[in-house]
Design a protein around this ligand. Structure first.
Ligand SMILES: [Zn+2]
Length: 326
């Protein structure tokens, strides 16, 4: 790594990193064994309180203020506690394999150009240093997930919208990033359900609320048909993320593409087996595990066939049979 230590080295000229807020937690943090993601956050607070907080708690590797000043917080090769409950491609605890950058600002507000330029330079150096492709520069909301709770009885994506704007094509363009993850590998695989449809559309669909703020830079993107969101997911040839990001259409389309089976006979014909019926002792989650809300899991009752993603958690009936592909 010494090879590519161009700007981030202490007091380096290119990025201008300050050590003023180095975290006292540094010595107690483990050295990471791998680095596969760069995770961007928004602090949702002004600079001073953000810096104090992330430094006290060792919550990121770098913090970038509105003026473009970059502060080194936790040594970049050590673990910073920035992602909390998190998962990507089935691997939990993203802190163990990522670099976290806190950006002073808000998940749904445009940032000053000078700040974005500083983030861009920092990301560029880290990408080179750890050989991370654009599609693995994600925002916190890509990887955070929530435990089952009162509102969502399943493990779910959508726990936070932190850093959401960094998934928007117009912003990524400012950051010199082309590809972004084309779909959520964990909801697609049924490991998590989706609890925030708006967020999903920002991360993987066509919602980009920053086009007006970054008009010039976003021209090429906004000029394209709004729903096609082309250039972005397909641009980078080397994916490293889930499956090759060649399909511009995200999660839902792929999952819902084949018409859902309408009868038990059809389920059987497609290789599904009855893995049990919901009862007082056996909940849908107990039977189907993390895939209980997956569109690939089906529930049958009174000749009705319901895909897991359409199942209303409030109306799971006893006696519903769960069908999964073996
Ligand atoms: Zn965050």
């Amino acid at each position: 790594m010494a090879l590519v230590c161009i700007g981030i080295c202490r007091e380096a000229a290119a990025v201008g990193v300050s050590n003023r807020y180095r975290s006292p937690r540094n010595p107690e943090r483990r050295v990471r064994t791998s680095t596969r993601l760069i995770v961007l956050h928004t602090t949702e607070a002004p600079a001073r309180s953000s810096l104090n907080k992330v430094s006290d708690r060792g919550e990121c590797h770098y913090c970038v203020t509105e003026s473009g000043q970059v502060y080194a917080i936790v040594d970049r090769d050590r673990e910073a506690f920035h992602a909390g409950r998190s998962m990507w491609q089935g691997v939990e605890d993203v802190d163990k394999y990522s670099v976290g950058i806190e950006c002073v600002g808000y998940h749904d507000k445009a940032m000053p150009a000078v700040q974005l330029a500083a983030i861009r330079d920092l990301v560029k150096e880290l990408k080179a240093m750890y050989r991370i492709p654009d599609s693995c520069v994600v925002c916190h909301s890509h990887v955070a997930y929530g435990a089952p709770n009162k509102w969502h009885k399943f493990r779910h994506r959508g726990r936070k919208r932190c850093g959401m704007l960094f998934a928007m094509p117009s912003v990524r363009r400012q950051l010199g990033l082309s590809a972004r993850p084309a779909y959520d590998p964990d909801t697609r695989a049924g490991r998590l359900g989706n609890a925030d449809e708006y967020l999903r559309k920002v991360l993987y669909g066509g919602i980009d609320t920053m086009v007006s703020a970054y008009g010039a830079g976003a021209k090429a993107v906004s000029a394209a048909p709004p729903r096609a969101k082309p250039a972005v997911p397909v641009a980078k040839p080397k994916p490293a993320a889930p499956a090759p990001a060649t399909k511009p259409k995200p999660v839902a389309t792929k999952a819902e593409a084949p018409p859902a089976p309408r009868s038990i006979a059809e389920l059987r014909a497609r290789g599904y087996v009855d893995v049990g019926a919901v009862s007082k002792e056996r909940s849908a989650i107990k039977i189907a595990g993390a895939a209980w809300k997956s569109p690939q899991t089906y529930y049958t009752i009174r000749d009705k066939v319901i895909p897991g993603n359409r199942l209303d958690p409030a109306h799971i009936e006893k006696g519903m049979h769960v069908w999964m592909r073996k």
